[in-house]
Design a protein around this ligand. Sequence first.
Ligand code: DP6
Length: 322
Amino acid sequence: MRTATARAHPNIALVKYWGKRDEELILPAAGSLSLTLDGFATTTTVSLDPSAAEDRFTLNGAAASPTQSERVTRFVDLVRSRAGSSSPAVVRSRNEAPTGAGLASSASGFAALAVAAATAYGLDLDRADLSRLARRGSGSATRSLVDGLSIWHAGDDAASFAEPIDGPAMSMVIVTVDAAEKAVSSREAMRRTAATSPYYAGWVDSTAHSLREMTTACRAGDFTRVGEITELNALRMHAAIEACEPSIRYLRAGSVAVFDAVEQLRADGIEAYATADAGPNVVVISRPADAAAVAERLGGLGAVRVVGAGPGARLIPEEDCA
Ligand code: DP6
């Protein structure tokens, strides 16, 4: 039986991906830039099982929901068609982060699945190919193939993968204000933003511009400018989302309290900048030397965890993911 295990980590975008120009190929409307983390890993084992009637997918030891299983099977179908195989697979996955709470479990999930499935089915893919493959599972997974800071290019299927980019050292303080599953998935909310938000076109244009500025700031190692662009880009994304019909508000009172506290930290001379994905939890970036002070100041507003730059998805020796 052919089997492979891979581990991947989520990434947090400093310039966000929000909107597709192709739903089938998952091509983004604009490029994005993120940091792959060193915590909240997903570990996934894919084992071919030619005698099975269909794929089986377990998540944290329990059978996954029909929706999750379908998404995994659709992804493995892609790998099977490239490998010329019809064998079903057993996919066992373990997540350290709460699934669906905006901590990008789909990014680490599909990045780990891409590496494990490609290997188990015998595909010989380089890192860019694996990044393009992971993209078909979830857009943000494209970037979790890369160590540390990564830029995901917009473009056609061949050009749309992630690559490493240099930048200033930074830590991320994750403030979990609510670990519950989010009400509207990012996939659905993205669609709704593109279809109904009057700010969508402005969001896409401004993001392309922010990405150019962010690339320059990263290459210059300019932490302050990286932080400023990060916070502004997140607030613009949430403004575009809130302007949907019907409206979606991911930021709750507890999230706004973290943005307020971060503003106060800056007023007190500690440089910190906030961002948030499609959920209520807030991620605060700081210089590594300030991370402990930032975490201490934000500790009253939610569960805090400090993380840094981590490795892109890779194979690991087999271990028990059941
Ligand atoms: C807010 O990658 O989950 O985290 O491509 O539809 O699977 P799909 O969406 P997904 O969206 C992530 C959105 C975000 C921003 C980001 O990570 O860039």
